[in-house]
Unconditional design. Structure first.
Lengths: 138, 138
DNA sequence: TATGCACCTTGTAGTAACTACAAGGTCAAG
DNA sequence: CTTGACCTTGTAGTTACTACAAGGTGCATA
């Protein structure tokens, strides 16, 4: 299959597929007589794997790891397990961060009922002490 | 105050401060005779405002907006309110995404008790159908 | 006075993971 | 034989910084 078809089949832009090839994430495809890339079912599977891992928040280095690990059936499953666990910890940390962030934003909203910026608690809580503010010169 | 002092006072790298100036986020500072930047209390306040907004997840365009709005005391507070609300919606969306992501990762972990990658449910659930896999060429 | 060191200047390039675009080649249909 | 979809390579842009190089400044100390 050509790159466009693979792109449609996986919901990936052709440019991204070429990028993956350049980066060594995806093995390079065969070429047709007219130099078009010619992909196999194996490429399709690998690309789906990559996209899924990326959706799950794994970065490119981690995806490389996962690919390498999954390439040899005799590898120790614990290595994959660890990557997933690390990822889980990371995701939990992000959720915690965002949750406290949401709380702060919520606080801001409920605390301000002013009309004018001059009285706005939101601007105030962002820490701008306007008394000492200098006007932005060009 | 010189850039290093401002940097220490705000927990911002000097390079980042210069970057903010280049980007027009921070008004350009006066210069000493020896061409060093010389910051005022107003700069300190603005930089704190910017850093705080960034911590709260506002991107640079939004920070620009907030700065512009907060610059005129007579502006309508509702504009700031809307930015904060939008941000809140965005944060909630991210939390939801990450939560379902965490669930999936958790599922993976509990579902796989294998030793070998060949039997690994994690690799499987990442969608790689190894039967059709092609080996990665050079 | 010399020298060492922290600090400052500008300019350029690197980061992550793509995305966009330009200039041109290929192929099937009408 | 032309139109249009598709493909090729190569380069540059995105976000919000961060790092580094090469050189100037300011102050304390030997």
């Amino acid at each position: 299959m050509r790159i466009g078809e693979l792109a449609r089949a996986t919901g990936t832009k052709a440019e991204t597929i070429r990028y993956y090839e350049r980066e060594g994430i995806l093995p390079s495809a065969d070429r047709t007589d007219s130099n078009y890339r010619d992909y196999s079912a194996g490429h399709l599977a690998t690309l789906n794997f990559v996209r899924r891992a990326r959706e799950l928040g794994f970065n490119m280095a981690q995806v490389r790891e996962l690919l390498k690990l999954s390439d040899h059936e005799d590898n120790d499953c614990a290595d994959v397990d660890k990557l997933v666990k690390d990822q889980l910890v990371e995701v939990d940390r992000k959720i915690a961060d965002l949750t406290s962030l949401r709380d702060e934003l919520g606080q801001m909203l409920t605390s301000c009922q002013a009309d004018r910026i001059g009285d706005c608690r939101i601007v105030e809580s962002l820490g701008r002490t306007r008394k000492t503010q200098v006007s932005a010169g060009s």
